[in-house]
Design a binder for this molecule. Structure first.
Ligand code: TMP
Length: 233
């Protein structure tokens, strides 16, 4: 199958193939943080993120969530539907951490009364700022699309919370992205992995996600392997 590089991101390469409307997402071993000011790489990261994403997308699809996922074609590669992406990052939070803890002055680890949804504008040059609906309207994102993003985020959260709870993990927060296929259908896209979620061990509180890299906590490779075992094992 002829592959043509369409786009190279910080942690993935995206290829077109001979198949119309189909893409390959190849997960790299590279990691960045703080808008690529910090860079790293470790063996097995791409494999772990591809396998975790594939398992999570399969679970969500089986529970009625439309996703871009078609199949995992090798250790680091997922076949997906080609979408037009919305310039939106949807963050859903169950426990205060990271930028929310700073934003509202909560201690990290404070349980939220109800899940909080945030919409961020996907623009590296601006640092992916959190915007409100008025800003998004100005930027040409429709209310209907924003409503879909918020509802999808909450539905995904409702499914992923028990999925990870059964595996001994608190789903602290996560980020998803949304795109539209050629027929106009909106669906979940991108990835769901330790790069895009905060996973805390339910008993020890140990961080099993990219915060180990962001915050130089060590043991990042082991944490991703642990999450891979819990999700696919
Ligand atoms: P934050 O607390 O730093 O805003 O992160 C919230 C969630 O979003 C967390 O699970 C990590 C994820 N995230 C991404 O996937 N990409 C990003 O660029 C950032 C800043 C966060």
């Amino acid at each position: 199958m002829a592959e043509r590089l369409l786009y190279e991101g910080k942690a993935k390469k995206v290829f077109t193939t001979d198949e119309e409307g189909v893409l390959l997402h190849r997960f790299k071993d590279d990691a960045t943080a703080f808008n690529a000011k910090k860079r790293g790489s470790w063996a097995g990261k791409g494999r772990a993120n591809a396998a975790i994403s594939a398992a999570v997308f399969e679970y969500l699809e089986a529970n009625g969530i439309p996703t871009h996922f078609i199949e995992r074609v090798d250790e680091t590669t997922l076949k997906t539907r080609r979408l037009e992406m919305l310039p939106v990052e949807v963050i859903v939070r169950n426990v205060a951490a990271g930028s929310l803890a700073r934003l509202i002055g909560y201690e990290e680890g404070t349980e939220l009364k109800a899940p909080i949804v945030e919409l961020c504008y996907k623009d590296d040059a601006l640092g992916d700022p959190m915007l409100n609906w008025y800003h998004f309207r100005e930027l040409g994102v429709s209310d209907a699309d924003l409503e879909f993003c918020e509802e999808l985020g909450l539905r995904v959260n409702g499914l992923l919370w028990p999925f990870f709870d059964e595996r001994g993990i608190v789903l602290v927060d996560f980020k998803i992205e949304v795109g539209r296929d050629a027929g106009g259908t909106l669906m979940l896209a991108d990835e769901i992995s330790p790069d895009t979620c905060r996973f805390w061990d339910k008993t020890s509180g140990e961080k099993l996600d990219k915060d180990r890299f962001r915050r130089d906590l060590g043991g990042v490779e082991e944490a991703y392997e642990d999450m891979l075992r819990r999700v696919t094992g």
